[in-house]
Design a protein around this ligand. Structure first.
Ligand SMILES: Nc1ncnc2c1ncn2[C@@H]1O[C@H](COP(=O)(O)OP(=O)(O)O)[C@@H](O)[C@H]1O
Ligand SMILES: CC(C)(COP(=O)(O)O)[C@@H](O)C(=O)NCCC(=O)O
Ligand SMILES: [Mn+2]
Length: 874
């Protein structure tokens, strides 16, 4: 399989409760096992079920465990306060580990490296030579060496870095390299805002909206980190304008009323055992029973003269003074909400005052107090909006809690992350630790078997499966943030309260496709799923596909019992993702149709379905190759491609009624011009060199499906281009997705086709595509340099769609001399890139095999064809 070189940047939040017993910090359940430091709550409160846990495993190409928690076991007595946790299977490939030991929580980030397992096939070798692409494995920035314990150094920030430095040395032999907390917070925030797509968002009245911050227009801003206490930091540009400068900063304010106050006071007043429990209580609370409102003072009236409505909180907890009640007489729910609102408003207000003081319009809020909780964010947003009269805006960060830890991590020299580019980072959302009844049983599961067992347990329990990420119910605030949250029961999803894992994959070989007209404004998705109607439609479509897909996936693995088990688990996992996204579409960042389709492929890979359509693709290739000679003879039109795809319900239904070749013949007959979008004549004119233009120098053909699509559609089109002197580069997926042809599969298909066509053979030989021929060339025994070459490159992805901001370096290199881009298929030219503009001539080809899409995009009908030719924009 065409693998990618990648390194993984993992960040994970350790457990809460370095203050198990609120007065005393403890670190002795931080254990080093095989040079990996892992911190996990050791069940001190006695209320946590400890189960063997397994590691997260996300990979762009295959699912492999990173932090391998499989077989993890607690050493010693469960009742013991700080037992040690052993990770016997953790491999040694973790380097660069950073900690943020705060007043309440420990945050941990580590970096692990993976070798490119790709077997250098002939295609790849030839491509590398031809386009001068280096092998990403050699990237000099990352070192996988694992420090020996005796002289291991770990970057750490937060008070605990100072407090526990000696203990680390004494107990674990680890030296702590202390990094300043404020430095780290700013470095972390800058990194997230610059390198992670859709990191920042606004949250108003239950509505989350991602904000894309321009890298060159990031400063100035106010960073408000709400941890145990609160820091407010003004970050401004450097005096000397450096392009990539990180800005300078000053801690301008803070408040001692912060996350620790909410958790500490809340715990005393409600007897809650965990932070999440307290937060959950607040969701069912009514603070009016305890807060004194303006209306309470003004006999139910507004104080309109100064703009205060009757429902405005006049005095938090103020009602308690006049009522002869004890703490037991108040509902814990109401207390929790009152406290949450008091603290959130207060922080929002102080933040606003500081923003005003320094003329800052943007305020980013971080810290684990926020915890992805909708009501908290709404309250803070409301305060900022209210006091600034709409002049300042509160923004939140998806990785809110990791600013300090990330900053400490960034302070490593030579990890290479300083010049990290957004296009090299790929975020993945693996099925994490599932939970039942709101209780989390462990961190995300990496070991396949454990992952499946989890899924199976859910079936037995008949419990809804939901991915374990914090969730925010929409519309919780009601009017202007002053109302109580609308009650939605247990909607706060726990983040495992123990361990919260996220993974960023660093793929140094990914690049922005150089032929995009404007990469800043480029948006791959045509369909925006933030439209609830679209979301619901596509969710139904994908759910409908699921049983058939599972059958195919299971069959592709021999239909064994193991495959069936994995198939079931995959179905449940993917359904759980869908359910979660249906509830909170922005849960994994901005959601487009392409992301959903890719998530499905990733999920298949997570359950080790390498290529669900393998045998189907093979069968179709063979059938198509059998009729290729006939087609080449009668060839009259270029638009033979993209007729059948396995991702379309309509197509799959048709397939049951006949063979693919019959469908293909029928479709060709039916495809009368003019097509629904038909710029074919303009393209033809350009291709045959009308108006005195020379043929294109090089065409990139983004190919789609196996079978008729590639063999009877794209190869004949390539042949026409080659015949006219245009070099052709076939651009195919790096990894299987549906029935799409992969770059690995191309040489064999081309070799078969070349048996029937001299043009293809000569060109494939010249392009080094025919492996045997290439060996001959290397031997010098056969020269065929005169022919126009036909080549193949991988695109860097494994999805039916393509995001051109993240393509393989070989594709980027091949694009340098290209002056024609041909995008084929629904996924690549309709769902994504339909509106994309390129620097060179572009042809978008597809048959629309979905009625709704046809209506929406081309005001047409299912099976209409798109042949959209757009000459270069510059
Ligand atoms: N699972 C949790 N356990 C304890 N506190 C939590 C949890 N999740 C969120 N919090 C909140 O986050 C605060 C800690 O935020 P954090 O940014 O980690 O600060 P610090 O570095 O001071 O520990 C806590 O005081 C509490 O309000
Ligand atoms: C997954 C696909 C994008 C693949 O299409 P292709 O790119 O192969 O033309 C497409 O099949 C699709 O949009 N399917 C879902 C819609 C449906 O079932 O009608
Ligand atoms: Mn396809």
């Amino acid at each position: 399989m065409a693998g990618l070189t990648e390194d993984h940047l993992h960040h994970l939040l350790g457990t809460n409760d370095i203050n198990d017993d609120a007065s005393k910090n403890k670190v002795d359940h931080i254990v080093v096992i095989k040079d990996t430091v892992v911190e996990r709550e050791a069940g001190g409160a006695g209320d946590k079920e400890m189960v063997p846990v397994a590691g997260s495993s996300i990979h762009r190409s295959t699912s492999r465990p990173q932090l391998d928690l499989s077989g993890a076991a607690i050493q010693g007595n469960f009742e013991e306060r700080d037992p040690t946790i052993l990770l016997p299977n953790q491999s040694d490939d973790i380097s660069h580990l950073a900690l943020d030991i705060g007043g309440s929580l420990i945050k941990l980030i580590y970096f692990s490296r993976h070798e490119d397992r790709f077997v250098n096939d002939g295609r790849k070798r030839s491509v590398k030579g031809r386009f001068g692409v280096s092998n990403g494995v050699d990237s000099s920035c990352w070192h996988a060496e694992v420090p020996k314990n005796e002289n291991a150094v770990i970057k750490a920030t937060g008070g605990g870095a100072h407090k526990f430095a000696d203990l680390f040395k004494e107990r674990l032999g680890i030296s702590i390299d202390k990094e300043d907390e404020m430095d780290c917070l700013v470095a972390g925030a800058n990194f997230l805002l610059k390198a992670i797509r859709h990191e920042a968002f606004t949250h108003m009245e239950g509505h989350k909206e991602f904000v894309q911050i321009d890298h060159n227009d990031l400063f100035p801003y106010l960073l408000v980190n709400i941890g145990s206490g609160v820091s407010m930091i003004k970050v401004t540009p450097l005096l000397f304008l450096t392009v990539d400068g990180d800005g300078k900063f000053q801690r301008v304010s803070g408040t001692n009323v912060g996350g620790g106050t909410y958790w500490g006071l809340g715990r005393l007043l409600t007897k809650c055992k965990s932070f999440d429990e307290l937060l959950e209580l607040s969701q069912r609370g009514d603070n009016r029973t305890i807060d004194m409102l303006v209306g309470d003072i003004y006999g139910g009236m507004d104080y309109s003269k100064i703009g205060l409505s009757a429902s405005t909180i006049a005095s938090s907890f103020g009602k308690a003074i006049s009522e002869n009640k004890d703490i037991e007489d108040y509902r814990p729910e109401d207390i929790s909400l009152s406290l949450l609102r008091m603290i959130s408003y207060n922080i929002g207000q102080i933040a606003y005052l500081n923003a005003l003081r320094f003329g800052l319009k943007r305020i980013f809020f971080g810290g684990f107090f926020i915890r992805g909780h909708a009501y908290t964010m709404d309250t803070i947003s409301f305060a900022v909006q209210f006091w600034s009269k709409g002049q300042a805006q509160a923004m939140f960060l998806r990785h809110e809690g990791f600013l300090g830890a990330l900053g400490a991590f960034m302070s490593y020299e030579k990890h290479g992350l300083d010049d990290l580019m957004v296009h090299q980072l790929v975020e993945r959302f693996p099925m994490g630790a599932p939970y039942t009844g709101g209780k989390i049983h462990g961190p995300p599961l990496g070991d396949l078997n454990e992952k499946i067992s989890w899924m199976e347990k859910f079936v037995q329990k008949g419990t809804e499966i939901t991915a374990p990420v914090p969730m925010a119910p929409p519309g919780t605030t009601g009017l202007g943030g002053f109302e109580v949250p609308s009650s939605r029961g247990n909607t706060l999803r726990s983040d495992a309260s123990n361990l919260n894992v996220g993974v960023l994959h660093l793929v140094p070989t990914l690049e922005v496709f150089p032929l995009l007209a404007d990469q800043k404004t480029y948006e791959p998705n045509t369909i925006d799923l933030s439209d609830p109607g679209e979301l619901e439609y596509w969710f139904t479509v994908l759910s409908g596909h699921l049983p058939d897909l599972v059958d195919k996936a299971v069959a592709s693995e021999g239909g064994t019992d193991d495959a069936k088990r994995r198939g079931d688990a995959f179905a449940r996992a993917f359904s759980a993702h869908l359910a979660r996204l249906m509830e909170e579409p922005a849960a994994y960042g901005k959601l487009g149709l392409a992301n959903l389709l890719e998530l499905r492929e990733e999920c298949l890979r997570e359950f080790q379905f390498v290529d669900a359509y393998r045998s189907i693709k093979q069968r179709e290739n063979e059938a198509s190759l059998a009729v290729l000679p006939d087609l080449l003879l009668e060839l009259d039109s270029v638009l033979a491609a993209n007729i059948f795809d396995w991702g379309s319900r309509a197509c799959v239904d048709l397939y049951h009624q006949g063979t693919i070749i019959e469908i293909y013949r029928m479709s060709r007959k039916k495809m009368q011009r003019p097509w629904r979008v038909d710029n074919f004549d303009a393209f033809k004119e350009r291709m045959i060199g009308g108006s005195g233009k020379k043929p294109h120098k090089r065409a990139l053909l983004f190919v789609d499906n196996s079978g008729a699509d590639i063999v009877l559609g794209m190869l004949p089109l390539a042949r026409e281009l080659l015949r006219r002197g245009t070099e052709v580069v076939l651009v195919a997926n790096s990894l299987p997705a549906l029935n799409d042809v992969t770059a690995m599969e191309l040489p064999e298909i081309v070799a078969e086709a070349a048996k029937h066509c001299d043009i293809l053979r000569g060109a494939a030989e010249a392009g080094g595509l025919l492996v045997d021929a290439m060996i001959n060339i290397q031997d010098g025994s056969k020269e065929n340099s005169s022919a126009v070459p036909l080549m193949a490159v991988e695109n860097g992805c494994g999805s039916p769609c393509i995001d051109l901001r993240q393509v393989s370096s070989e594709l980027a290199a091949a694009a340098k001399d290209a002056d024609l881009v041909i995008l084929e298929g629904m996924g690549r030219s309709l769902h994504t890139n339909f509106n994309a503009q390129f620097k060179c001539d572009t042809l978008k080809l597809a048959m629309v095999k979905n009625q709704r899409l046809a209506e929406k995009l081309i005001i047409g009908n299912i099976y209409d064809c798109v042949c959209r030719y757009e000459p270069a924009t510059r």
